[in-house]
Structure formats: C-alpha cells, structure tokens
Design a protein around this ligand. Structure first.
Ligand SMILES: [Zn+2]
Length: 314
C-alpha cells in the first residue's frame, strides 16, 4: 500500500494487501451476505463489479503498476508478516484460488465425496487442489493437453484424457458406473471438440452425464449473454442446447457465477500462513509486466508449460 485516501481507517501505508478481482462496497444487501461478486453499489444497475472486466463497471484492470481501490477498508485483505517471503502463494488469493474453491463450494462437495473437474487449466487445477484440501476421496480432472494432465497427476488427482472424447465413460468406470458425487465446469463457453470446433454445451452436458443422480455441479467457467462470433445462432444469443431433461431426471443441482472472493480469501490466507496450503504450485512463469502481451499469447495458444504467469510491476 503506497497511499490511502482520507476515508480509509484500517489499511495503512506500508501494509501488504491482496485485492479480490471483484469490487464490493461492504454494505449492500449482497455484500452483507458475503456475495461480494454481486455487489449492488459498485456498478449501478448491475450486480457485480470488477477491475478491467467488460460490463463490470468503469474500473481499470489490475495488471498495472498501480491500482486505485474503491472502499479500500472493505476490499483490501491485509496480509500477515510472512507475506514477502510467501508472496507467490498469497497472490493466488486475488482470483484463481478463491475461484477454484468456489467451484467446489457451488458443487456442494463434502469430505469423502468424489468429484470430477472439467478443464485442467489453472482454475481446474486449483479446483482439484481445493477438493483435496477439503478431503474429497476421489478427484478426477478431464483435459486433452498432455502437459496439463501431467500436472493433474503431480498434485495427486486422477487425470482423465479426453483426446478420444471418452471422458464420460472413463469417469463412470472410475465410479462403478454411478458417476461422481460432484462436478465442476472450469472451461467456459469456448469449450470445443477434438477438432477444435467451438460448441458451448459440450462440458455442461458431459457433466450431467458424469455426475451421479442427485449430485451437484458448480460452474465457474465463464459463459456470456451474447457471443457474436459463435458458430450457431443459438450460441450467438448466449443460449445453449443444455440437456435439461436428463439434468431434471437425475435431480441434480447447479450453481453458477463468479467467485465471491471475500467470502474465502481470509481463511485461505490463513492456510498459507500456517503452511497447510501452497497454491503457488500453479505458477509456471514469473515475468515483468512489459512481457504481459507475449505471455497472454502463449497462454491463449495453450503452449506447452504455460500454466500460470505472475507479472511483476517493478
Ligand atoms: Zn456491495
């Protein structure tokens, strides 16, 4: 923290802080209930505000030398004394870890249950890690990229290779034909088949098949109300051919939306402070901010080994 405004009481210059990617006011009806991803104050007319996110208010992005923080006392998570030495762990609290954690919360995961996670990008990997921290008995992660599947194995989860599009069958085999207790969508609307054709319902319908009857599904992969470049009219209008009949017959539950970061980040920070968790395992690269465009290109291309990049402002 290098400067504070006159209305800030709690946070002090010199504090190490971590900021959620979404912005809350702390006093609206949703913030009061811990739903800070859906603040009613910070982006009037909409529920939810965030730094540098289309439709989420007039706030510049957080990947910058400096960040101006509204409602600083509420939004800043003041970090403990060991922050400088563990900063690569704590920086994972701004978005990625709470988002992965949220996916498992939305799914309703309880200790001892099994879970299948679609997508072994950074969110899927840390959702798998979260499930293990929570005591899941079986954690499966579906992807097609060999480097990502290797990471799944490294963190102690079961990699499910979907390059032959047989993921559902493999999950059913792993769960005696019943399906996993819980499932997480960590891919989003740009999911595609093995020919690279985009089709927004693929992972959602695979989850309905892969999760047991009366199980729960958490969706943190991004879906959008309109997608002008999508291949079909239906998808362009933000809709999908969701297998609602099977979903209903199986009596499954579904939770969606961005993570309420503040609902989790303080407690996740403590598990870092007390050496119970080390989310920095995700980080593949540390680069200066000036190399951000190159890093994004590598990440977008799914280039081998580009899992998670930390950008240093100075
Ligand atoms: Zn609010």
């Amino acid at each position: 923290m290098i400067e504070i405004g006159s209305a800030v009481d709690r946070v002090k210059v010199g504090d190490w802080v971590c900021l959620p990617f979404n912005i809350g006011c702390g006093f609206c009806e949703n913030c009061e209930r811990g739903l800070t991803g859906f603040c009613l104050t910070c982006n009037p007319g909409t529920a939810g505000a965030a730094y540098g996110f289309a439709g989420m208010g007039p706030y510049s992005g957080g990947q910058a030398e400096l960040l101006r923080v509204p409602y600083g006392d509420f939004n800043c998570l003041v970090l403990p004394k060991d922050t400088e030495e563990k900063q690569l762990d704590y920086v994972m609290l701004s978005d990625i870890w709470p988002t992965g954690w949220h996916a498992t919360e939305l799914s309703g995961l309880k200790p001892g249950e099994s879970i299948v996670i679609y997508g072994a990008g950074p969110v899927g990997l840390i959702a798998a890690y979260s499930a293990m921290v929570k005591g899941a008995s079986q954690v499966m992660v579906v992807d097609r990229h060999p480097d990502r599947l290797k990471l799944v194995e490294q963190i102690g989860a079961i990699p499910i290779d979907d390059s032959d599009e047989q993921a559902v069958e493999k999950v059913l085999q792993q769960t005696n034909g019943a399906g996993a207790d819980r499932g997480c969508e960590c891919v989003g609307y740009q999911c595609h088949d093995h020919h690279g054709r985009e089709c927004n319902h693929l992972t959602m319908n695979a989850l309905v098949e892969s999760v047991r009857a009366s199980g729960g599904i958490g969706v943190v992969g991004v879906f959008v109300p309109s997608d002008p470049k999508a291949p079909t009219k239906l998808e362009q209008s933000g809709k999908m051919a969701f297998d609602f009949g099977k979903f209903w017959f199986k009596g499954q539950k579904l939770g969606t939306g961005q993570a309420n970061v503040k609902a989790y980040n303080r407690y996740l920070a403590r598990s870092i402070e007390r050496n119970r968790a080390k989310p920095s395992f995700l980080i593949s690269h540390e680069l200066p901010l000036s190399e951000a465009p190159t890093a994004y290109k590598h990440f977008d291309n799914r280039d081998d080994g580009w899992t998670k990049v930390v950008l240093r402002a100075a």
